[in-house]
Ligand binder design. Structure first.
Ligand code: PLP
Length: 421
């Protein structure tokens, strides 16, 4: 194999050796000329999901109607167990599929604060995903608590030392994203969780960008609480339900702030008083979206076939290749790599900073059929999801990017951001 990363044959050779290469065929890829580099935002549609949804709609709903609830009712737990086993390093009965990440974060953060009465502070960082910051802000405002927002390094995210500096005996809850949505920084889950515990606080992780892309070891790290979405690396589709994790030993001590009937013991007795089920199920609220839950199941089964360690190895190789091409071709054009270069410290996406990132992003999509996304203020975010992205796609995408920037083709595009970026 040629070692020259700027030679296309190098990419073709990497694809040839890729043990996951056949899994690409498991996805619907109707426009082979489109290079999709946004799997960290919305994953591709698995073929199996299309078949499964046809079956759920046609047979389970269309034919069997309400009798299907017998098998639907436990599906959020069954799929939660699959996620726990294959992606999160968690035990059976610790994960359930439910609601959105935002709502799950609200439920778990509120429950954690109730479990630490007398403590008045919540810790997060200013680069955490907006919904996390807003939900914590809202909870802090409602309860008259202090939200300590760490000013974190925009590339590397908060280090254990940064976190240690803001912890004290007043902190009830610490909440960070395991992989930062913009820079892709992968935080040290074990060290930060330990620090939170040493301070007597509970630890809540947002796994949206790490579930399905890096091995997560919730049990081994002693994590208390976690949430994550399924429409990114789990490929479950737009708006598919999220998951939540509660460490087994904590479950019966915590209460959801939303007392819904799907969290109720002996639900169909329709009892007068709320009496939550034992276990993680008490964090369910209302009727689960069965189509979405079924799509999550298919997505997780595919990832399980690939194996999280192989996915991680390919994620490291793809992002490493991308960074090397960016150094060779894009640095001279004003791009900066805004993602940690150490593969142990990043997830599966790479951000490139450029003052014209927004217009470049538009031109890359519209003229060159390459789909990344833009994150304010100046980042091109590139997510080559390991399960279906080829090395040669990364090569071709960056080759097109270099051409469009060299020729300033982005200048023809409007600099006003669209409704969705
Ligand atoms: C880290 C992180 N948390 C939360 C969310 C969004 O959560 P929700 O599915 O509730 O919109 C995202 C969405 O991209 C995210 O990246």
């Amino acid at each position: 194999m040629t070692q020259d990363v700027t030679n296309r044959d190098h990419a073709l050779a990497l694809d040839e050796q890729d043990p996951l290469r056949e899994l690409r065929d498991e996805f619907v890829i109707d426009s082979p000329d489109v290079i999709y580099l946004d799997g960290n935002s919305l994953g591709r549609l698995p073929q199996a999901t299309r078949r499964r949804l046809d079956q759920v709609i046609g047979e389970e709903w269309g034919r069997d109607l309400i009798t299907s609830w017998e098998r639907w009712i436990d599906r959020p737990y069954q799929v939660g167990d699959l996620i726990a086993e294959h992606l999160l390093g968690a035990r059976p009965g610790e994960v359930v599929v439910s609601d959105s990440t935002s709502v799950n974060l609200y439920k778990l953060a509120s429950a954690a604060l109730d479990a630490r009465p007398g403590r008045r502070a919540i810790v997060t960082d200013d680069d955490n995903f907006p919904t996390d910051r807003y939900i914590l802000q809202g909870i802090a405002a409602q309860r008259g608590l202090e939200l300590r927002v760490l000013a974190s390094d925009p590339i590397h995210g908060p280090s254990p030392a940064d976190v240690a500096a803001v912890l004290d005996s007043d902190v009830a809850l610490v909440c960070f994203s395991h992989v930062a949505y913009r820079s892709g920084a992968l935080l040290d889950m074990a060290a930060i969780t330990r620090l939170a515990h040493d301070a007597g606080a509970l630890m809540l992780w947002d796994l949206c960008h790490s579930a399905g892309s890096v091995p997560v070891r919730l049990e081994a790290c002693g994590v208390d609480l976690a949430v994550g979405c399924t429409y990114k690396y789990l490929n479950a589709g737009p708006g598919a339900p999220a998951f939540l994790y509660v460490r087994r030993e904590l479950q019966d001590r915590l209460r959801s702030p939303i007392w819904g009937w799907f969290g109720q013991r002996d639900q169909f007795a329709m009892g007068l008083e709320y009496d939550p089920v034992p276990g993680v199920g008490r964090f369910q609220v209302g009727t689960p979206p069965i189509l979405g839950v079924s799509a999550v199941e298919e997505g997780v089964r595919l990832l399980a076939r690939a194996g999280i360690d192989q996915l991680r190895a390919k994620g490291v190789a793809l992002t490493d290749y991308l960074i090397r091409l960016a150094d060779a071709w894009l640095a001279p054009l004003g791009f900066e790599v805004a993602t940690p270069r150490d593969p142990q410290r990043r997830g599966s996406h790479v951000s490139l900073a450029h003052p014209e990132a927004y217009r470049i992003c538009r031109a890359w999509i519209e003229r060159y059929r390459v789909i990344p996304d833009f994150r304010a203020p100046d980042r091109l975010r590139i997510g080559p999801a390991p399960i279906y992205t080829r090395f040669v796609e990364v090569y071709d995408a960056l080759d097109r990017l270099r051409r469009l920037v060299e020729n300033k083709e982005y200048a023809e595009y409007d600099a006003t951001p669209a409704r969705v970026t």
